[in-house]
Design a protein around this ligand. Structure first.
Ligand code: FES
Length: 138
């Protein structure tokens, strides 16, 4: 937990530190554990319920580790209008238990959707075959 205390210290004095801390914890550990929630709450003088509520509210935060690589599919309006729902079904079929399929709402490429993100890479103008190929290469 030494890294956790470094993360907490790095945000000391910052206004509204909870979300940045949670993002850093998620990036460092791959999830936000109960132990981390307890330490964050204590450090920020919040209740564990307040911190847990924020962790639960945002889909990006996980309470348990999941070592699978993730593909993030945009299912916001513009991508929906361009077929993201069919794409999601194909992604789930192709992913099996090896790849995690996550939903995001807008990747900022609305005019060239449907879109997805793998790691830091954006993929635009997807169709079922392209998403299956992307997942196959993961
Ligand atoms: S709606 Fe999908 S990238 Fe904006």
């Amino acid at each position: 937990m030494a890294d956790l205390y470094h993360i907490l210290a790095a945000h000391d004095g910052r206004e509204g530190p909870l979300l940045p801390i949670l993002h850093d914890v998620q990036a460092a550990f791959g999830h936000v554990s109960e132990e981390a929630i307890r330490a964050i709450a204590l450090h920020l003088n919040l209740s564990r319920a307040e911190v847990s509520g924020v962790v639960s509210f945002y889909h990006d935060f996980r309470r348990t580790p999941d070592p699978r690589t993730a593909i993030k599919l945009c299912r916001a309006e513009s991508c929906q209008a361009r077929g993201s729902e069919a794409l999601a079904a194909e992604a789930e079929r192709s992913a099996g238990s090896r790849v995690r399929v996550e939903t995001v709402y807008c990747l900022g490429l609305c005019s060239v959707g449907p879109n997805a993100m793998i790691g830091e890479d954006l993929h635009a103008r997807l169709d079922g075959a392209k998403v299956a190929a992307l997942i196959g290469a993961m």
